[in-house]
Write a protein that binds this ligand. Sequence first.
Ligand SMILES: [Zn+2]
Length: 142
Amino acid sequence: MSTLPDGYYAVPDPDDPDTMTRWRVDSGGMHPHPAKTWYGPARPLRKDAPGKPGTDEYIAWMRDYFDEWGSWARRVKEAIEANPLIARFHFTESTGHCHNCGRVLTDGTSRTLGIGPDCRERIPHDLFSAYLAEVKRAREVR
Ligand SMILES: [Zn+2]
């Protein structure tokens, strides 16, 4: 399972770099954001099925699709894990929302930091200092 901290992340689609994919991580689970958005290989259509549901052909066809989607999702996760902070910034930059709670950011400071005043307040002071140092470093490597 994911070791990513809860929050919001965005990375380009590994197969289509012009498309940004956005994710909400919650207790180790990765969910497309907004909910019900579809990213990755297109869902198979029932009319393209090689047989009726429950038949061996149908099950193999679905399994192939889930294998394809699973390998795509692994590449997305690896891209986020390669630099989670940058993925958090991508989320804020592409949505204008807090990468911690997903709410709209309304002031310049919050947009620069990627995190709103309520979420900042809840972070212990020493952790927040470490976060700011990390933000500065991440900006430099970009
Ligand atoms: Zn927030």
